[in-house]
Design a protein around this ligand. Sequence first.
Ligand code: 4NP
Length: 158
Amino acid sequence: MVCLGNICRSPTAHGVLEKLIQNKGLSESIEVDSAGTSRYHLGDHPDPRSIVAAQRRGYSLQEQIARQVTANDFNDFDYVLAMDADNLHHLENVAPRGCKAKVQLLLDYSTSETESVPDPYFGSDGQGFERVLDLVEGACRRLLEQLERELPNAETEQ
Ligand code: 4NP
């Protein structure tokens, strides 16, 4: 999961998908991580407002530490998912040859009309962090359905 700063949107997507994976008993089979395209917040924990908003829905983000996306990420992960169009273009530009197909928008997996997870710092209604969670939750549920289809031998807990 990749956004700009790795302190709000991608940590939220990381925490949400991680929990959904745990709930299905698939933590041994599916790894999720997050990173930023920028170095602005290297070493920082997620924004406290993201942590609190996620906690209210049962997701834990507080252990995460911001890092920048690396070339290795494109080899290590099967999916490299951008939160918005700027992140997508950045990733497409730095993806090693042969890895560009791994780069997609997270909201490609959403039923929402919205293409991008909006940066919660824009807008003044204080709902930015909830909006991020709403969009990310829906997309992560559908993404996990896709991932499960790619794990034919996975034993899921019923
Ligand atoms: P994020 O949010 O990409 O969701 O982590 C942002 C965090 C920091 C900045 C922009 C967006 N920034 O410009 O520092």
